[in-house]
Design a protein around this ligand. Sequence first.
Ligand code: AHM
Ligand code: MG
Length: 334
Amino acid sequence: MNSSSTPSIVTLQSHILEQQSHFPEASGTLSWVLSALSISAKVIADKVRHARLENVLGSVGSENVQGEVQQKLDVIANEVLLRTLGGREGVAIVASEENEEPVILRDNKGGDRRYCVLFDPLDGSSNLDVCGGVGTIFSILAHDRRADGAQASLLQPGVRQVAAGYVLYGSSTVFVLTLGKGVDMFVLDPGIGAYMRVEQGLRIPTQCKSYSVNEGNRKSFPTGFQRYLDWAQERDYSSRYAGAMVGDVHRILLKGGVFMYPPTRKAPNGKLRLMYEANPMSMIIEQAGGKALCAPGERVLEVRPTDIHQRTPLVLGSAEEVDHVMRHLVEPVR
Ligand code: AHM
Ligand code: MG
């Protein structure tokens, strides 16, 4: 066999080291942070698989800061991430969907670069009881030592993300990562316990006649979204919606289409959280050549955050499909 045509075996670990070697000045701190996230995701994947057997499905009877019912596994996944990231010197602050306040792990002193990690530990967790796909979403920002307090260091626009990614716990465990130079995909090989690189430089298809939105809310969408849905249905678009963003966005990353969570009467700013849902997903989609907007001409990544738990409307996916939605938001299209 010709060795040049044989794909090499690259694990997430070696991929990160390979990327780090392109920056001779890098101290390796970010690599340690990413390794903490990848280990957390292995533990969470295992918990998700054993959930029914270990009786950790269902809610804990409390609500998180968003007023949403916490599932037992939300709490477990959050603990896993906090404990794993907590052991890494390079992590200054973590912020989670499940914690009202950010957790300050280390002070501002010391010379080494440090990072803030924001995450949704188990997105789409209401899908767990029915064995649907769920995921972890994360965003990494450089810690701003000059900032006045944890909130100020965290409240950076998405364009400043150093890295972002998600892990889909589906029929296999998939780790999708961007370090700002394209998007790479890894699949956990349960036999050896390592993530193997399966795609490098992923590109999202520029078009695909498919939309992903909770159409049950249609009557309370702004009229532009309703016009878009009429337009798409007249053109035989497919509708695909799992109710778990990681699975929906992953499908769109690979096959194309558009994912939307518009404003509704109940959620006038949409439902999804800017800092640890919309921003990391938007970075992934843009790095793969797609678009991610919160309104016509307004990139999600340029939104100046004012609260770590703030929400944003979101339209992301294939460039041409996002454009179709936006045209309808601006004016009726025939
Ligand atoms: P969660 O973070 O509480 O799990 O909520 C986020 C999820 C997304 O994964 C999904 O796209 C959306 O909520 C579904 O909401 P809805 O049921 O309103 O369509
Ligand atoms: Mg979520």
